[in-house]
Design a protein around this ligand. Structure first.
Ligand code: FMN
Length: 241
């Protein structure tokens, strides 16, 4: 028979605490108690002498009549109340990219086309990203995947969070995006926003989110700002990219 170890108290993965009182190991930016299913919240203050973090909110839908614009603007409204980062909406409609037309893979960083160079400069200017993604056929949108594929180093060693939306909250779209971004060395935070067509949109058209949705977005932004700041040290002093 295997020896039975005494239960630890108060450490990582301590199951002796009542539900809702477990703690994860203390990490910068994650120092509050972590309740079950509810990530820590509260902004992480900027460090002395740090330049403000820049976070791009990438709107991943270009469809006429898209609900995504309302979602992205709602996220921007929540984010703009923070003082620990500057947030900017990045609308793919303003960066019209054809189906990937660069002859050399993006990892080489040798871009032939002006539309790629403009997109590169915009994405390189950020320390982290919020991807606002619709769910199309259990994945993200083709236009967002295409825009991601256009670049490489611009994404590397940065952090990302997500707000998905759709009939099922966009959760499968976000899972696919996490896999794609892992290949680009983007660290994706656990907390995520999810908006459901049936409950967060009046008549499945006008955004009117359940008040609880905002808490998820705030938790996601807390984690995103902390990781975006931490990953600056990996990229060095040169700036966002
Ligand atoms: C081509 C297409 C496929 C879709 N597939 C799904 C799906 O697999 N799961 C889901 O929950 N919703 C799905 N939907 C519903 C969309 O998530 C919903 O219409 C959403 O508003 C789309 O985002 P947009 O309005 O910003 O384009 C789909 C919609 C479209 C247009």
């Amino acid at each position: 028979m295997l020896p039975v170890r005494p239960a630890s108290r108060g450490g990582v993965g301590d199951i002796s605490r009542p539900a809702g009182q477990r703690r994860f190991k203390s990490l910068p930016g994650l120092q509050r108690p972590m309740t079950d299913g509810e990530p820590p919240s509260g902004p992480v203050p900027a460090g002395p002498g740090e330049h403000p973090l820049r976070i791009g909110i990438v709107l991943g839908s270009t469809r006429p009549g898209r609900l995504g614009e309302g979602v992205a603007r709602w996220v921007l409204g929540i984010a703009s109340r923070r003082t620990d980062a500057a947030f900017e909406l990045v609308d793919l409609l303003e960066y019209p990219l054809p189906h990937l037309d660069e002859p050399i893979p993006a990892a080489a960083g040798r871009y032939a086309h002006d539309h790629t160079k403009a997109w590169s400069a915009k994405i390189a200017s950020f320390d982290g990203y919020v991807f606002v993604t619709p769910e199309y056929n259990h994945s993200t949108s083709g236009v967002l995947k295409n825009a991601i594929d256009f670049l490489h180093a611009e994404w590397n060693n940065k952090a990302a969070g997500f707000v998905g939306y759709g009939a099922a909250g966009g959760v499968r779209a976000v899972e696919h995006l996490r896999l794609v971004l892992a290949e680009l060395q983007v660290a994706t935070v656990r907390a995520q926003g999810a908006l459901y067509l049936g409950t967060d949109f009046v008549d499945r058209r006008k955004l009117q989110p359940d008040p609880i949705r905002e808490r998820s977005v705030v938790a996601m932004l807390d984690q995103l700002v902390a990781w975006s700041r931490a990953l600056r040290t990996v990229r060095g002093p040169a700036g966002p990219t």
